[in-house]
Structure formats: C-alpha cells, structure tokens
Design a protein around this ligand. Sequence first.
Ligand SMILES: N[C@@H](CCC(=O)N[C@@H](CS)C(=O)NCC(=O)O)C(=O)O
Length: 280
Amino acid sequence: MPDDPKYNPPKVWKWDTELGGTWGKINRPTAGATHEKELPVGKHPLQLYSLATPNGVKVTIMLEELLALGHEGAEYDAWLIEIDQQHQFGSGFVELNPNSKIPAMQDRSTDPHTRVFESGAILFYLAEKFSEFLPVDTSERAECLSWLFWQMAAAPYLGGGFGHFYAYAPEKFEYSINRYAMEVKRQLDLLDKNLSKRRFLCGDEYNIADIATYPWYGYVVLHNSYSAAEFLDVESYKNIVRWARDLEERPAVSRGRRVNKTIGNEKYRLRERHDASDFD
Ligand SMILES: N[C@@H](CCC(=O)N[C@@H](CS)C(=O)NCC(=O)O)C(=O)O
C-alpha cells in the first residue's frame, strides 16, 4: 500500500505494491484472461453478462424498455458477473469483452453472432437494431449522441475519480477529493441547467442519452451514491431530481434496476434474469 507522503515516482513504474482500498485487489497493469472459464448461454437471442452497477443497469433498463414496447427480439438472459470475484477475467468473458469490464453482450440472432462491449455501444446497438430511443432526424440524433458520448466520458470522473477517492481509497486525500468534487459539481450544474429547459436530456423525447445518464447522475441525487449526497449538496440540483424521479416512475426502469443486483434490499434483488416472470 502506498504510504510515503514524499513519494517520488521511480524512473520506470513497476507493479510491486498492493493498491489497498476497496477495489485495489482486482486491478492489474495487464489485459487478458487470467483463467479458463466458459460463459453460460441461455435460450434467448440476447445474452447479457453483467452486474447491477450504473454501467450494467443502463443496459437492463434499455432491454426492459424494448420488451415493454413489444420487441420479442429483445428477450434476454442476464447472467451475473461478480467483479469482486474476478469473473471478468475468465476466458469466455474476455472473448466478449477484451477490456474485462461489465457489461458485455452477445447477440445470437445474427450470423455470425455479434459481440458488443462498452455500455454506450450496447445502447446504441440496441437502439439501431430495434429503431427505438434514438432520433431519426440527423440533428436530433447528433444531440442524442452528443449527450450519450458526454455521459460515457463524464462518468469516469464521477465513479473512478470522485467516488473512488471519496469512498473507496485507503485514505482520504484532500487534493484528489477536491479535484474530482470540483469536476463532478460542474457536471451536475451542466445537467441541471440543461434540464431546466428540457423535460429530458435532448428535449421532449426520452432516449438512450437519458438511459445512460440516469444510473449515474440520477442515483447520485436520489440514492446517495458513495454516501456523498450531503457533501455534494445534491438537493440543490432540483431539475436533475425532478428528471430522475420522473424516470423512476417508468416500470421498465424499476425492472431494469433489479437485474443482476446482489446488494441492497433483498426484495429487489434479482441475481439473474431469464424470463419476464422472474420479477414476480
Ligand atoms: N466504459 C465502460 C466501463 C465499464 C466498467 O467500468 N465496468 C466496471 C463496473 S461498473 C467493471 O466491470 N469493473 C471491473 C474491473 O475494473 O475489473 C462501460 O461503460 O461499459
């Protein structure tokens, strides 16, 4: 564990210390599988390998929204990948996502089968495949993709930056917490200002930009992510609170949030989802 306050980086960095903190043990400086492990495959066209973190929940909300619209081709098996057990480094998972992060999806209705990784790419793939939640008009589509890409680029500041140093790091480092709190507050202000003029991120229509953004910024304002609600004064972002509450009224959002959930209220946990009746 790093413990020298006058740390001087060596000429060449070497992996000879354990990082410590909540997630330090799973990080390595190399990519690729660490063990052989095939992935299970269910009966549905779409196979999802995930966990109910914000990035995972984006995809299960999207799939539940598509099913709610009657798209049978969006039927899916959601298998649990426990990242604290290092399932993301199994050979089968790495074949689907060489980056070893959840979520990863395989579409077995195509020949050959299609793999998709990165939650934003999965949302976009599903939106194109089913022609839903993605505007057709070129300018409106550009606005949607702008906010989607914004979310994908912004979330690492919130989770990997602010959340990591405020909640998970082995010590509280003032510089790191200040740096990331500043950026996260700027992002929250940006979203709040956008939502002061629009019902959803891009206007009157709910789309994949909302689906991507809600489990990160919606959770921060409504569900005290990283126990930081008071620290970030989230209640002051009234438009984000209104938007996030609005989304939580959607039955597909409630269902999507439960899939691959292993923590929190037991009543709402659904470790794996293989059928619509699993929610009953
Ligand atoms: N940009 C990726 C990020 C995915 C990601 O960071 N997933 C985390 C959980 S939210 C993970 O699998 N972490 C495991 C690890 O770092 O080994 C996406 O949006 O899909």
